[in-house]
Design a binder for this molecule. Structure first.
Ligand code: NAD
Ligand code: PRE
Length: 363
């Protein structure tokens, strides 16, 4: 049995707490968040066992403390926790930037008890009400251990993350901040500036807004994310973001020149290279982990729906490793997720179900 404390219980803190509850129902979960309603909702749905005050002696009872507030606030809690935690406690955070919190940890002499954490999963939605016990499923979870953290403690924490269905990956804080500037922070800035550009260019009748279809919607979903969270991320990771933005601006200028000069081959090459790299992403990311063979199907919510699908697959000798309904942010409604043991079974199952007119998504 472990005792886990949370400071901040929104989308990410709530999702981690619910996932711990799912996989370790005997763990004792305590939480503090700024809004009392959040804590009441968390108690009500049994995501936590008890509510903490902002300053509370019970932090001393925690084996792990997850800091899950926006990044700058997480740093502010370290000083208080330093004098109250037990010798064995590990403090971790979920923040999207790692450099500044590690700097604070070092200055406070807490390098032996801090393991930075960052689940590479999320959504444009905020708040406990959007948290779920499957948000972290199959997501990389970056760990940035303080320099003095004993290997045994890092291993134990990594095992905890693994037990939640995430994929732990250890990086330095510097590596983390450069990588996420490119694959997360810049995309949010692009999405947000693109939406603002269209708002500026649109006419009074709002034709652009009205007819914006799949392309605009796909690339701008994340423009609806929390302003306070992204303002803090941009400031905390300003050097890395600025340098990837420079590269990006150079690239945009080059693209504009090629359009002005109607350089067809440059433009073709740009779209061909991006398509090839984008198409390779899912396959290459599985190189580091055990590949999962998953498909998702829209099903009508009626008795026997799942049994029918299981029967179709069984009749062809296809074994199912895992099956379940999910309510994933990527899908508008609940879908059935099926995991197979191997690629061949996935392909065969996919073809079979499509033939029966099921709507099948591969991810
Ligand atoms: N949203 C994402 O996609 C995502 C993904 C990975 C990591 N993160 C990181 O996780 C952290 C939390 O993000 P989120 O999406 O859960 O945000 P959120 O807005 O959903 O939740 C933030 C929580 O922190 C609490 N809070 C705010 N200020 C506080 C303060 N001063 N003291 C204590 N609690 C306070 C809020 O009440 C809320 O419970 C951030 O550091 C963010 O960078 C976010
Ligand atoms: O999926 C989304 O909506 C997200 O924005 C998640 C996302 C990301 O950029 O990928 C956002 C911030 C986090 O720090 C990690 C994950």
């Amino acid at each position: 049995m472990k005792t886990i404390g949370f400071i901040g219980l929104g989308l990410i803190g709530g999702s981690i707490a619910k996932t711990i509850r799912k996989f370790h129902p005997d763990y004792h979960i305590l939480a503090y968040a700024k809004h009392k309603e959040t804590l009441a909702a968390a108690l009500n749905c049994n995501a936590i066992d008890a509510v903490l005050e902002e300053k509370d002696e019970r932090y001393h009872t925690c084996d792990y403390i997850f800091l899950c507030a926006p990044v700058e606030y997480n740093i502010e809690y370290l000083k208080y926790l330093k004098n109250i935690i037990s010798d064995d406690c590990i403090i971790t955070d979920a923040g999207s930037v790692k450099g500044p919190i590690h700097k604070a940890v070092e200055e406070l002499g807490m390098d032996h008890c801090f393991i930075g954490g960052h689940p590479m999963a999320g959504s444009e939605q905020s708040g406990f009400e959007h948290s779920s016990d499957h948000l972290l499923e199959n997501a990389y979870y970056i760990l940035t251990p303080g320099g003095q953290v004993p290997l045994e403690k890092l291993t134990k924490f990594s095992e905890l993350i693994d037990s939640l269905g995430s994929i732990p990956m250890v990086l330095t804080a510097e590596e983390h901040d450069f990588i996420t500037a490119g694959v997360s922070h810049l995309p949010h800035i692009i999405a947000s500036s693109l939406v603002n550009l269209i708002n500026k260019l649109d006419n009074e009748a709002e034709y652009m807004k009205t007819i914006a279809a799949g392309g605009f919607r796909d690339i701008t979903r994340i423009a609806s994310s929390s302003p306070v969270m992204w303002e803090q991320i941009c400031i905390e990771n300003h050097e890395n973001i600025s340098s990837v933005l420079d590269e990006y601006i150079r690239m945009l200028i080059q693209i504009r020149c090629s359009i002005d000069n109607q350089e067809a081959s440059y433009l073709y090459d740009m779209f061909a290279r991006s398509r090839d790299y984008r198409d390779s992403i899912d396959a290459s990311s599985s190189g580091l982990i055990n590949k999962t063979y998953m498909l998702y199907i829209d099903i009508v919510d009626e008795a026997g729906g799942i049994a029918t699908i299981a029967t179709i697959l069984a009749m062809e000798g296809i074994s199912i490793k895992n099956i379940g309904i999910i309510h994933n942010r990527e899908f508008e409604q609940g879908v059935l997720k099926i995991e197979f043991y191997e690629q061949n079974a996935l392909e065969k199952g996919c073809a079979l179900l499509k033939k029966r007119n099921y709507i099948v998504y591969e991810r």
